[in-house]
Structure formats: C-alpha cells, structure tokens
Design a protein around this ligand. Structure first.
Ligand SMILES: Cc1ncc(COP(=O)(O)O)c(C=O)c1O
Length: 370
C-alpha cells in the first residue's frame, strides 16, 4: 500500500524528546527513576489529581487499577460493548469476568440503562470508556455506581486532558487510566498511567507495579510487602513523554480545530455525519469519528484520494473471547459497522481537512445515498 498523504494518525516528535532521551542515555539510568517521577508529577498536575502512577501500558493501568481495588476472581466488571478489546482483557487479567453492556449510539459510550440492567450480585466495578475523548453519560453512570456501591474505574486511554464540566476525565472515578500508545495525544511508544486522589491506593499501585515494593528498591535486600509484578515505566519512556508534553497546547488546539473544520466541511454532505463532542464542557477530540451507512465505500473512495481512515472496532460481543448474540446489543450491533475515524493526525491543516470533505462530497455525489 502506498503511504497515505493524510494518515488517520501519525505520532509527532521533536527536539525536546531527542534532548531528554539523550540525557537519560548519558545518565546511564534507563530504568524507572527520576525522569519517571518528573513525568508522573507533571501528569498529575496537568489533570488535577493527587497521584499519577506511570506503568507499561493502558492495559496494565486498567489491570492494576482493578487489582488495587482487589477486584478479581468471582467478581464481575461491567464494560461497554464498544471499546478497544484491552478494556475487557484487563478485567480478565485481573481474574474477574467482564460483563458487556450496550452503548448509546449518539455518544458511542456506555448506556446508563444498559449499565443498570447489567448489574448483578457479583458486580464490583464498572469501566466507563471515554471513546475518542467523549465523556458520554459519565454523571449518570457515577450516580448509579454510587447508589449500588460499585467502584468506577475510568478508561481514559483515549481521553488525556479531555474534560467534562471543566474537570479532566480520568479523575471522576476512584481510579482513571491513561494510555500513551502510539496513536494517542502523547505517546511514550507504549506506556500508561493510573490516576487517583486516594493516597492508600497510590501506595498499593506502586507495590503492584514493582514486585510489592512501596518505594523503588535496589533489586537486592529490599522489603517486599505484598505480591506485585513488573509494570514499570522507564526513564527512557518518560523522557519521550515529557518531551511530548512540551507541545501539548498546540496538540490540543489542533485536535479541536480539526474536529471543528470537519464539522463545518461535512455539515451539508449527506451520507456522513460526525459523532459530536461537548466542546463547551472541555471535551477534547482524540480523533474525529464519523458514521456512514456506506462506510466501506466512502473509506475506499477517500483512500483513492490519499486520505486514510480507520474502521471502528467490532463490538466486543463479536470477538471470539467474548462472543454473545447480537440481539443482546442492538445499538452496538447497528452502529459499529457505520463508524470510522477520519484522518485526524496532528499535522493536518485546515486545507487538508477541506480536501477530505471535498472528497467525501464527491463520493456521495457520484452515487447518491439511497
Ligand atoms: C479505550 C482503550 N482502552 C484501553 C487501551 C489500552 O491501552 P494500551 O494499548 O496502552 O494497552 C486503549 C488503547 O490502546 C484504548 O483505546
């Protein structure tokens, strides 16, 4: 495949990352260390939370969040049917059972009624997923969870610095999880963080991520208070992350602008519509998602014009490990085959967005929507 002129996403790096990574290499200490601590402190400050614990991935963050709450064997955790499969897999890694619940097709996020219906005697937690940075029905989900005594672990993998009512997603639940995989607002190659305001949970998370040690050890005669694992985020990765943060305002502004430009450019294009964002509440698009009855034809047409899109995930109930009948999930079953992400890379210009919108218009003019 020739490289798309407009990839749906491409990570961006600059001089800051290079300088910080060189500094770590020169220091000789590549492991989880002082640069990791600086990155964690900066993350916590940016999202407005007491603690950010750097870990190896968003999946690890979700696993560790559940493990820190002692959610495991015999417990059920409610997960929306539309998410990257990592959300359900992390529940399995913790030894618990993911229970899928349908979504609201207007926001592509967990439907509060479906959540309510999925609660049973073994339910311990719910993981609302902020798809593409969208907060969806978070206030109602928090209310239901509180009334039923359930933990809320936010999957904010796609929602770093996206807000609801001016407050960052990932800070509403007891724990929130970020991912820094390559297609996110900032990346560390692979990486993630768990956010919490709870001091005791922070200690527990640090033990869990580092072989049961509450503080960094020597690898020798350390005291290991509990069972833990190795999910450390290294200085090398944190250096990349810190470098990425240097261009944060530009990154956030670009994503917002790209979404607005698509909204303007596609307003009167019949056949495709955007999934909205609550920009006025502070939501920040991670990518720009859209729906079309003729998704695959549109995607192919755009590809022929050098614009690459990404199809949405299959609903989780369609994936082998979590297979269930379609009729339990009418909304996700209907909406997922229409959903896709438009080219949303950080180097997109308004002219690039306009060219994608023109191509979309042309696609539907050639074969009018039935
Ligand atoms: C919604 C969602 N949850 C969880 C993850 C898992 O994060 P990671 O790939 O860093 O393990 C991702 C992204 O990759 C995601 O998009």
């Amino acid at each position: 495949m020739p490289e798309a002129r407009l990839p749906w996403w491409a990570p961006q790096f600059g001089a800051e990352e290079r300088a910080l990574v060189s500094g770590v290499l020169e220091s000789g200490f590549l492991n989880d260390g002082d640069v990791t601590t600086r990155f964690e402190a900066r993350l916590a400050e940016l999202v407005g939370v007491r603690h950010a614990v750097g870990v190896t991935s968003g999946t690890a963050a979700l696993f560790l969040a559940l493990a820190s709450l002692e959610v495991g064997q015999g417990d059920e955790v409610i997960v929306p049917d539309v998410s990257f499969i990592a959300t359900a897999n992390a529940v399995r890694l913790a030894g618990a059972t993911p229970v899928l619940a349908d979504i609201d097709p207007a926001t592509l996020t967990l439907d509060p009624e479906a959540f309510r219906r999925a609660i049973g005697p073994r339910t311990k937690a719910v993981i609302p997923v902020h798809v593409s940075g969208r907060s969806g029905h978070l206030p109602e989900i928090l209310r239901i969870a509180e009334a039923r005594g359930l933990h809320v672990v936010e999957d904010a993998a796609e929602a770093f610095l996206s807000k609801r009512g001016g407050r960052c997603l990932g800070t509403f639940g007891r724990l929130g999880c970020l991912s820094f995989s390559p297609a996110k607002l900032i990346t560390t190659g692979q990486g993630g963080a768990v956010l919490t305001n709870d001091d005791a949970l922070e200690v527990r998370l640090r033990e869990l991520k580092d072989q049961g040690r509450p503080v960094r050890g020597t690898g020798g005669d350390d005291l290991h208070h509990r069972v833990g694992y190795n999910f450390k985020l290294t200085n090398l990765q944190a250096a990349v992350g810190l470098g990425q943060l240097a261009s944060l305002p530009e990154r956030l502004a670009r994503m917002r602008r790209t979404y607005q430009a698509y909204a303007e450019g596609l307003r009167d294009v019949e056949g495709v519509r955007l999934v909205g964002f609550r920009l006025e509440e502070g939501e920040s698009p991670q990518w720009v998602d859209a729906l079309s009855e003729e998704r695959d034809r549109l995607i192919e047409f755009l590809a022929s014009r050098g614009a690459e899109c990404r199809r949405f995930w299959f609903p989780l109930h369609r994936q082998a490990p979590y297979r269930q009948p379609d009729e339990y999930f009418p909304h996700s079953t209907a909406v997922a085959p229409k959903a896709f992400w438009l080219p949303s890379g950080l180097r997109m210009t308004d002219a690039d967005v306009a060219s994608v919108c023109r191509a979309a218009r042309e696609c539907f003019e050639r074969a009018p929507v039935r």
